[in-house]
Design a protein around this ligand. Sequence first.
Ligand code: HEC
Length: 188
Amino acid sequence: MSIHNANIRAHAAFVVVAALLSLQGCNRAADAGPSEARNAEPAITHVASTSDIAAGRYLVRIGGCNDCHTPGFAMTNGASPAEADWLTGDSVGFSGPWGVSYPPNLRLSFQNMEEEQFLEMAHAGKGRPPMPWPSLVAMSDRDLKAIYAYIRSLGPKGEPAPAALSPGMTPDRPHIAFVPQMPAAPTK
Ligand code: HEC
């Protein structure tokens, strides 16, 4: 290695160390467990809109909730169904090591759930994949309340989704397998 190359390497190593040191401070909240990270957020982090319902509608749209909880939504890039049919749950499940989970009909769930119960569920963040529980854990109470207000405002509609299956049980209806597939061995 020439002296010139060695200098470049030493300099690059210094830059990396300096960058790591400066990141250390910012990473403290991310290193903490979910609940500590939540509490480390400034209490005022929330979405502002003309009303709670409007804020909740915005959060549901950017949060991708329709992708799983509304049949056909993800497959049509959100073109259908109309908002009147949003969040009615899906009977196509997701299978994996957790068994089979079905995106519940939130229009019905939220009619049978008090706001406080939803907050507890969201704070705990415990449930089967692929529901993005960490997204709910990270939300401020004000945003969670806005989501609650919006989904309640849609009113009850549709049928309950099938009950989840424990690992080892065989689903008798369509399901999407969340199992990594190995690529075929390369042919020579
Ligand atoms: C990748 C798919 C997916 C996305 C995206 C998704 N969910 Fe879910 N959700 C699920 C599944 C599957 C379950 C069932 C989990 C279980 O069985 O434990 C669930 C469960 C829930 C529950 C519990 C309902 C009940 O009756 O027990 C709530 C509340 C919920 N989701 C809200 C949301 C919200 C709000 C969003 C958007 C921020 C969202 N979900 C995005 C798949 C998804």
